[in-house]
Design a protein around this ligand. Structure first.
Ligand SMILES: Cc1cc2nc3c(=O)[nH]c(=O)nc-3n(C[C@H](O)[C@H](O)[C@H](O)COP(=O)(O)OP(=O)(O)OC[C@H]3O[C@@H](n4cnc5c(N)ncnc54)[C@H](O)[C@@H]3O)c2cc1C
Length: 377
């Protein structure tokens, strides 16, 4: 069996590892030119589903490295005002672990070699009379397999063709995502799982990414063939603004100056986070979610996973976890096909039924939690 995956994000790469473990021939086609082409170093909180999926799919030799480059995430979730006075507590959380998306993606690329092809945007597909499917790439080339998995994120080209009526909604308001190198002083802003600040004119979400060990050094020691970024611990913040920011791409300095104007009068430690933000890893952020879709008839040669089908706001901390869960579930169902104990169309249908149920439940939960993260008016 040959599986084509569109998108080398967290879900697509996790699936590739799970399929390789089962001896399936898998190829991942990624639109970006290389593994470092885009800013993507934000913190991801992995819950029990995400961790179980990674452990099920990644080769065992990488498990210790994953643990070494993760960070603690437990304790009280506090809500503060703009002067850092406590408003309320949302309760303690003691599950999961913090990872950085960029580091995790580099770790997921380990051992996949030329099975991942960069610079290959999938622009569409054709189901062929012999039961195979051909993926078409932006450069005019194509690849043929038994199954095409659209793991190509929120703007999925595969979803657009498979489910043209599926809707992705943009949440009004504006968010800016930033990260600032961790210092003793800024670490004190997030003593527990996370801190939400409801200040005048905006809300700010704070989370800590404190690597247990520096990623590059940990890789050199635990898995020398894996090259991880030389990145330090940081404080991740998301500033949610009720009004629109000027449209179009803008230099970070201009965005930062707008934010500093909004934060006028806020506690200096909060203002300092924006002032000292890491330019490469800070940018405006669009929050989107997918409307539920019923299980579709028709193709069982093309399916979807992760944000490509059930994108959700980051408020629930579930998008990546659900994408990884999809990957592990699909890898498991396809393993049965590879071993001759299931038929491909049945396996895909079974996967889709379950994925749609828990995937859209996660979207609904994330939407319910969105008000906690929007600016108090
Ligand atoms: C600020 C922020 C914080 C978050 N925090 C959390 C968190 O704490 N916990 C959590 O679980 N989730 C979190 N998420 C959500 C999480 O990042 C996403 O849900 C997750 O990355 C989705 O994984 P994916 O593999 O489906 O898609 P992605 O990781 O987006 O990967 C899609 C890949 O497909 C590629 N691609 C796109 N189009 C094409 C094409 N046409 N052809 C080929 N390739 C294509 C893209 O370049 C990309 O590499 C957060 C998101 C944000 C923005």
């Amino acid at each position: 069996m040959k599986v084509l995956v569109a998108g080398a994000g967290l879900g697509g790469l996790c699936l590739a590892h799970g399929l390789l473990r089962a001896g399936v021939d898998v190829r991942v086609h990624e639109r970006e030119d290389g593994p470092h082409s885009r800013y993507q170093g934000f913190r991801i909180a992995l819950n029990a589903h995400g961790l179980a999926a990674l452990h099920a799919c990644l080769p065992e030799r990488l498990h210790a490295l994953l643990a070494a480059v993760s960070g603690p995430m437990a304790g009280e979730r506090r809500v503060m005002d703009g002067q850092l006075r406590e408003i309320r507590r949302l309760g303690a959380v003691d599950e999961g672990t913090a990872t950085d998306r960029y580091v995790l993606r580099q770790l997921l690329l380990a051992g996949l070699g030329d099975r991942v092809e960069f610079g290959k945007p999938v622009v569409g597909y054709t189901e062929r009379a012999d039961g195979t499917v051909e993926a078409h790439f932006g450069d005019g080339t194509g690849a043929v397999g038994d199954l095409l998995v659209g793991a190509d994120g929120v703007g999925s080209a595969v979803r657009r063709q498979l489910l043209p009526g599926a809707e992705v909604v943009t949440v009004p308001g504006n968010a800016v995502l930033g990260r600032t190198p961790l210092t003793e002083r800024s670490a004190a802003l997030v003593p527990g799982f996370g801190t939400v600040v409801h200040g005048t004119g905006a809300s700010m979400l704070l989370g800590r990414m404190e690597f247990r060990r520096p990623p590059r050094l940990a890789a050199a020691e635990l898995a020398p063939d894996v090259r991880l970024p030389d990145t330090g611990s940081y404080l991740r913040w998301v500033l949610m603004l009720p009004g629109a920011l000027p449209a179009g791409p803008r230099a970070w300095d201009a965005v930062r100056d707008d934010l500093l104007a909004v934060l006028d009068g806020w506690h200096p430690d909060l203002v300092d986070l924006v002032r000292r933000a890491d330019v490469v890893n800070s940018s405006p952020l669009t929050v989107r979610y997918a409307e539920p879709v019923p299980h579709w008839d028709g193709s069982r040669r093309v399916t979807l996973l992760g944000d490509a089908i059930h994108t959700m706001p980051p408020s629930g901390g579930q998008g990546a976890n659900t994408a990884l869960r999809d990957a592990a579930l699909l890898a498991r169902t396809l393993t049965a096909v590879q071993h001759g104990t299931a038929e491909l169309p049945d396996a895909v249908e079974q996967y889709e039924q379950r994925m749609l149920e828990y995937g859209f439940a996660a979207v609904a939960e994330s939407l319910e939690r969105l008000p906690d993260f929007t600016p108090a008016r």
